[in-house]
Each structure stands twice: as C-alpha cells, then as structure tokens.
Design a protein around this ligand. Structure first.
Ligand code: M6R
Length: 368
C-alpha cells in the first residue's frame, strides 16, 4: 500500500500536487466567484467579524502562521494564531464577533478540541479545517472545510500541511470576497495563481536529486538551522520540526531578522543553515534575507539557499542552491516546504530511523 515507496511519508510527499489540486477543486461558480458553501455562515454574519483566531498544534499551527500573513493582507481583519495548549489555559479574548478557525489533520487532537469547546461557549463561530471525515473536531464545530489530502499515515505531516495552507487561503479569499474588502477584486487573480501550484509542486518533486546528495553530505551533522522571513518564517519552523521528529537532529527555525538578537551565536564553522529566500522585487524582503545569508556565511555557516529560479543575486552566497518555481510571496510556502520535507525524510532514512513511526510520537495526540 506504500505504492512502491519505502515510506508512507515519502509517498505522501509525492501525493502533494494531487492533494492540493483536490483541495482547490470545484471552488468557482459560473461567474468565477469563489464558493465555500460548507462554511454555512452568512455574508452578513461574516461582516460582523472583528478578529480571526487560528488555533492548532504542531505542523497545523505552522500552517496557521503561514495563513496569518495572507488573511490579514487580504481581509485586513486582525488574525492571531495560537498553539491550542496555550490558548485553552489562559482566558483568551473570544467574543461572538470572533471567528475561530481550528486546523487539525486528524480532527482528534485533544487540545484543539478543547479550544473549540471553549470558543463556542464564548459565542464565537468555529470553522474547522480538517482532513478526516466525521472526526470529533468538525462534528463539534459550526462548519468545516475539508482538506482533501486523503489518508495521511506517516506521523510526520506533509500533504496535511500543504492542504491546510491551501484551505486557509480559500477561507481568507472567501472572507475578502464576501466582506467586499479593497482586495475583493483580486480574488480571482490569486485563485488563478493557486491553480498553478499543483504543477509547480510537481516541478519541485521532479528535481530532488540534489537534495538526496545534500542529505548524504549532511546527515552526520549535529545541528541544523533554518531561517526565513514573512511567510518563509513558518516554513523554516516546519523544516526544523520535520528534522527533529524523524531524524532526531537538533534543528531550529528562526525569523532571519532575529539573528542578531541571539541565534547568530549558534553559528559556527560548517553548521548547515537553510535559508528560505522570498521572491525578488517585492519591498525589501528579498535584500534583507540576502544580508542575513551573508551574516551567517561570514561566520562559517554552510548555506543551503532556497530561492526562485533566475534569482542571480543569491547565487554568490549559496553553498548549495535549491531553485523553486516562481510564485508570489504568499504562495511560495507551498513550494519551499517540499524540499525540506524531502531532506528530512532522506536524512532519517540514512540514519536508519523508522520514518513513519518516529520514537515517542503518535499520529494523533488525543491526550493532553
Ligand atoms: O492531527 P493534527 O493536525 O491536529 O495534529 C497536530 C500535530 O500533532 C501534528 O501536526 C504534529 O506536529 C505532526 N507530527 C508534525 O509532523
């Protein structure tokens, strides 16, 4: 049932183009307006919302962090993202005007479920983004947007993450459309770009040889750092989590702008540092990240740079360059995450670990 792959995780990584395409399927009506009938919240109710709170754990939380950039940009509604186990043990400000969005692949994560119950008690509307039909979190929520990833067996979430980001983006675009924000007219343009993503993810998957070589060179390392900015920052966190959970390596993700505030002290000769570089030509983000690469390289880091194809500016600072198909800043996480998943899978395989069932972890965390 692994379809010729050594691990479910690897199979699931390669299923991502299809999973994202399936999550996007059938979202337009005949006027090319986005439809999201399953959220069953009227346009007038959606207009009363004054805050979005995304609650999730682990990789699903990182999907939420990516989504925050898009949702705030498109809707201008403040969006907070919180780890479910933190959210539920304080007294978060949730009212009937808050839209609470939970993200959970399994739909059974205990802390996320408790957050749903708390939010509904406060009178908030709760939308679940979930991959498992009939699971508890969607059953207890007001509405659900299903990610159509198909079963995810590997403990390390891969296609779960990409489809969660996709579903969050659909929600963000729908909110913009229904609330008639300034951005409303651009919804169709973003959707058109979203529809190109499955083919671009496939392109990333078709070019993995360099990553396998990279894993062979680096699997004996003790520690790996990941840097990103903006939507690339949660990608860095996700890349680090993948390495921790299946390769048992010390790995940390940082916002690249935080380097000088502490993390740069970790940089020593030869340490691998992955850097997610945003597309060129948008504000100063790209150039800022290039300076960050120079900073770590000057201190001996071995830089593995993920940047869009044709980005010649990064080349002199990249010990290894992983090219990504072109995409806008907000959609780039759907591409940049994939090489990091493959790298982690490969390192864990080379180290002889059970990639699908890493030690100490369960696929769904139904206890606190
Ligand atoms: O089923 P959920 O999406 O609620 O699970 C949340 C986390 O437990 C999960 O994403 C975990 O972090 C993964 N093992 C990461 O790969």
């Amino acid at each position: 049932e692994k379809g010729g792959y050594d691990w479910f995780m690897r199979k699931e990584i390669y299923e991502q183009p299809q999973a994202v395409a399936d999550t996007l399927l059938g979202r337009f009506d005949s006027d090319r307006r986005l439809t999201l009938d399953e959220i069953r919240i009227s346009a007038s109710e959606l207009r009363t919302i004054d805050k979005v709170v995304i609650v999730a754990c682990g990789t699903a939380y990182y999907a939420g962090l990516v989504a925050k950039y898009a949702i705030e940009h498109w809707t201008r509604i403040p969006c907070e993202v919180e780890i479910a186990s933190e959210f539920r043990y304080r007294d978060p400000i949730v009212t009937s005007r808050t839209l609470v969005v939970t993200i959970s692949q399994s739909g059974e994560t205990a802390d996320t479920l408790m957050a749903v119950r708390y939010a509904r008690e406060q009178g908030a509307k709760v939308i679940a983004i979930c991959n498992t039909n009939g699971s508890t979190i969607p059953r207890e929520s007001d509405a659900v947007i299903y990610t159509h990833a198909g079963p995810e067996i590997g403990v390390a979430s891969t296609k779960g993450f990409l489809t969660q980001v996709t579903a969050c983006y659909l929600l963000g675009l729908f909110l913009a459309q229904e609330r008639g924000t300034k951005f409303g007219d651009e919804v169709a343009t973003v959707m058109a770009e979203m529809e190109t993503m499955p083919a671009k993810i496939q392109e990333v998957l078709d070019g993995t040889d360099a990553l396998l070589a990279l894993a062979r060179d680096l699997h004996q390392t003790e520690s790996v750092l990941f840097l990103g900015r903006h939507a690339g920052y949660p990608v860095a966190l996700e890349g680090a989590l993948k390495l921790k959970e299946i390769a048992y390596l010390h790995a940390e993700g940082f916002p690249a702008g935080e380097l000088k505030h502490g993390p740069i002290a970790l940089v020593e000769e030869g340490i691998p540092v992955f850097v997610v570089v945003p597309p060129q030509g948008r504000d100063q983000l790209h150039d800022k990240v290039i300076s960050n690469i120079q900073e770590v390289r000057a201190r001996g880091a071995h830089t593995i740079v993920l940047a869009e194809e044709g980005d010649e500016e990064v080349r002199p600072y990249a010990d290894r360059l992983i090219s990504l198909p072109r995409a806008s800043t907000l959609l780039q996480p759907l591409l940049a995450t994939v090489p990091l998943q493959i790298f982690a899978c490969e390192v864990a395989t080379l180290l002889g670990h059970d990639v699908d069932q890493p030690r100490n972890l369960a696929k769904s965390v139904t206890v606190e």
